[in-house]
Design a protein around this ligand. Structure first.
Ligand SMILES: NC(=O)c1ccc[n+]([C@@H]2O[C@H](COP(=O)([O-])OP(=O)(O)OC[C@H]3O[C@@H](n4cnc5c(N)ncnc54)[C@H](OP(=O)(O)O)[C@@H]3O)[C@@H](O)[C@H]2O)c1
Length: 339
């Protein structure tokens, strides 16, 4: 078999504040020939995600930190190109956590062939049909206990998770307001996703007042992706027995000093609110119903999504940085190779 050289990006050092190029290192390795039971996967797409910033710190968390000197990890979709494993013949698509590299050798542990649904592009399994989509689904139904016709507010609403949240809530007959960081993103949310009202938080002087104005009947469910002033604003408008699904707080991921807590957290007591943090990996029991519902919504043209595609492994760090400046519009993807 032909020897395969593979580039990979390694974790070079832990960032202080906003990550930069010095925290990443490009290296090349030779992929060993697959022995009996092994196969080689060529990655076609990889994902960069905000949660990866958390793996660059030593904070106690649901997942271990990246190890300096090792290749980074993350969601990827690839294709088997050499195989000595009958469960993964050449041409099989696989979904793995072995992104940030062009190729890898596997013995099939922790891996299963990817079932590609009709009409769903491969890279969607890193977005609306993948981890971010499941996050939206589990967060809304299991954590926030969403009910028909409720008032929903979602932050980072044009992103991979947020846009899915907004549209699922609309499918459930809810009144939905989303916040995003540009007029273009806001326009897409209203025009294409059917969101009822939008807030460009970057051009709003008083986010708390704007949230109250756009949600005149208050908030039953706040889907929290951003933290900081967004959480304060949502807490001010929460209805009695409201639920806040704490999915992420991207505004704080690069903070070098502990951000101040929301001064109005007392509203959670006075209004009997439930605030619950969650991590998607604890909700894989929802995968079956999620894939079933989501593939149906996509087939019926009821789910829209945006993608920002960066080409080439060497540009993956910049794609990752762009998540924190809002330079992505929808799911941020790195295309590594043509299918
Ligand atoms: N709990 C879980 O299991 C889980 C799983 C997946 C994702 N998440 C969380 O869900 C959130 C969204 O993730 P995603 O993958 O869908 O990313 P995304 O929304 O596609 O991309 C990140 C977006 O966050 C916004 N943003 C960045 N910095 C911000 C700031 N300082 N203030 C306000 N908005 C800011 C930007 O959009 P704007 O232009 O709108 O600012 C950016 O495009 C993140 O907090 C992530 O950590 C959690």
């Amino acid at each position: 078999m032909t020897e395969i050289k593979s580039k990979e990006i390694r974790f070079a050092s832990a960032p202080e504040g906003m990550p930069n190029d010095s925290n990443f290192e490009l290296a090349e390795v030779t992929i060993p020939e697959p022995k009996d039971g092994e196969f080689v996967v060529k990655n076609l797409w990889m994902s960069v995600d905000p949660y990866m910033r958390g793996r660059m710190t030593d904070r106690k968390s649901y997942i271990g930190g990246f190890v300096v000197g090792n290749a980074l990890e993350g969601g990827a979709i690839g294709k088997v190109v050499q195989s000595n494993n009958s469960n993964f013949p050449e041409g099989t698509y696989v979904s793995s956590m072995l992104g940030w590299r062009e190729y890898f050798l596997s013995n099939g542990d922790m891996m299963s062939p990817l079932e590609v649904h009709d009409g769903v592009p491969l890279q969607a399994y890193l977005g609306v049909m993948g981890m971010p989509g499941l996050t939206a689904y589990a967060g809304l139904f299991k954590i926030a206990d969403l009910k028909e016709g409720e008032n929903v507010f979602v932050s980072a609403a044009s992103g991979a998770v947020g846009a899915t949240v907004a549209q699922i809530a609309k499918l459930k007959g809810c009144y939905v307001v989303g916040s995003a960081g540009s007029d273009e993103k806001c326009k897409w949310l209203t025009d294409e996703c059917g969101v009822d009202a939008v807030i460009n938080y970057k051009s709003t002087d008083n986010l708390t007042a704007t949230v109250a104005e756009k949600l005149p009947n208050g908030i039953d469910v706040y889907f929290e992706n951003v933290g900081g002033d967004h959480l304060v604003a949502a807490l001010e408008s929460m209805n009695f027995f409201g639920r806040i699904a704490l999915c992420g707080m991207i505004s704080q991921y690069n903070a070098t000093v502990m951000p101040e807590g929301p001064g109005n957290l007392i509203n959670a007591v006075a209004r009997s609110l439930r605030l619950e943090g969650f991590v998607v990996s604890n909700h894989f029991d929802q995968l079956g119903p999620f894939l079933n519902d989501m593939s149906g919504w996509i087939k019926d043209g009821k789910m829209q999504w945006k993608e920002t595609i960066v080409e080439g492994l060497e540009n993956a760090p910049q794609a990752f940085f762009n998540l924190f400046s809002g330079d992505n519009f929808g799911k941020m993807l790195v295309k590594l190779a043509d299918d």
